[in-house]
Ligand binder design. Structure first.
Ligand code: PLP
Length: 390
């Protein structure tokens, strides 16, 4: 008997994808299978030592044991501003155009709570990272799917959004380099996004946590590099992926002052900010990480990418060779659905891949693997996939 009935908004949230995968893994492990999970994008390498040392120093300072400022230390926000200037040649006023986040994930929900009224729409790519959808639902908004299909290089077709939906839309989500499709976007695309947002009075949210994870010399853009971006939107970025800091929970929202200030008002009432010592470590990460560290990280992922690409294509799987992100987005073999292929891989190879359908119906027919497992495990996983598919 159910005693406490969940809210309507919570009932609309599909089970968290990775919680289900974890259950399946647990079941397989219990039955004695040595499961290798390529399911979750969570860096396997440790946070660099200089960042940990700064956390230790800052954690020992009693000043940092008290409540942080909810918007973030000005010195952290200044470090974000300096980083955007150096990396993207984007100027940001640290006091008004930068906000510390407890990871980029939190930002989406708080953006929704700041702007979505019941019945308002958000334009959400499909497939996509699930948070944009659930954040909209939790704010009692509606989701309008923007299909990402291979023929359009996994870029949404803004012309396809019906006028009457655009009129009721408050937020448009874009995220390149893209999880899960690994697609990237260039200036022309962002220009069209900015025009569309301006014409329809829509907020653009560019979620950009993979801006530093790229290969073969490719340098992903920030949405804010494009003229007019700051008039219509914000970008979320995160220390999680470039500095192997997923567990630390620190990121940032940057861009339009009015939007930043509204998110800050929500946060002021919901959370009390990021532990100051983590923010000091974040400053060190942003300003004192040698570029060679990021290059070394990317060369590990690039090597893994090449191994996975060679293996998968050798057994007839159509894989995209990504320019950025630490994922591979691949077509399932003929006569398989995303789910049936993921099940086959778990049961026959002991390898977890994520069914593309978990990211939305337009992900059907694909699967995603993450390159965030140690080399030896990835090699073992590839050997098993090869054997299973032979
Ligand atoms: C990993 C990831 C995030 C999460 O970032 P956090 O800062 O750790 O919350 C956000 N968006 C996308 C698309 C991601 O893949």
């Amino acid at each position: 008997m159910t005693k406490y009935f969940r809210s309507g908004r919570l009932k609309q949230i599909p089970p968290y994808l990775f919680a289900e995968i974890s259950r399946k893994i647990a079941r397989a492990r219990k039955s004695g299978i040595d499961v290798i999970s390529l399911g979750i994008g969570d860096p396997d390498m440790p946070t660099p030592k200089h960042i940990i040392a700064e956390l230790e120093r800052a954690a020992n300072d009693p000043k940092n044991h008290r409540y942080p400022d909810y918007e973030g230390l000005l010195s952290f926000r200044q470090a974000v501003s300096d980083w955007y200037k150096k990396r993207h040649n984007v100027s940001l006023d640290a006091a008004r155009e930068v906000l510390a986040l407890i990871g980029s994930k939190e930002g989406s929900l708080h953006l929704s709570l700041a702007f979505i009224n019941p019945g308002d729409y958000a334009l959400v790519p499909n497939p996509s990272y699930t948070t944009y959808r659930t954040a909209t639902i939790l704010a009692n908004g509606f989701v309008h799917d923007m299909p990402l299909v291979e023929d359009n290089d996994f870029l949404p077709q803004l012309d396809d959004v019906p006028k009457e939906i655009a009129e009721k839309t408050k937020i448009l989500y874009v995220s390149y380099p893209n999880n899960p499709t690994t697609a990237v976007a260039e200036k022309e695309f962002y220009k069209a996004v900015i025009d569309f947002a301006r014409d329809n009075n829509i907020i653009v949210c560019s979620d950009n946590p993979y801006s530093e994870i790229a290969f073969d010399g490719y340098r992903p853009l920030s949405f804010l590099e494009v003229e007019g971006a700051k008039d219509v939107g914000v970008e979320f970025n995160s220390l999680s992926k470039p500095y192997n800091m997923t567990g630390w929970r620190i990121g940032m929202a940057v861009g339009n002052e009015e939007i930043i200030s509204a998110i800050a008002t929500v946060k002021n009432n919901v959370d009390s900010g990021v532990f100051n010592a983590v923010q000091y470590a974040g400053i060190t990460a942003l300003l004192n990480t040698p570029e060679s560290d990021i290059a070394a990280l990317n060369s590990v992922y690039q090597r893994r990418r090449d191994l996975a690409y060679e293996t998968l294509t050798s057994v007839g799987i159509k894989a995209r060779k990504p320019k950025a992100t630490f994922y591979m987005w691949c077509r399932v073999p003929e006569n398989h659905t995303s789910a049936s292929f993921a099940t086959l891989m778990l049961e026959k190879a002991g390898v977890v891949v994520t069914p593309g359908s978990a990211y939305g119906i337009h992900g059907e027919g694909y699967f995603r693997i993450s390159l965030t497992v140690p080399d030896a495990r990835l090699e073992e996983a590839m050997a098993r996939i090869k054997k299973t598919m032979a």
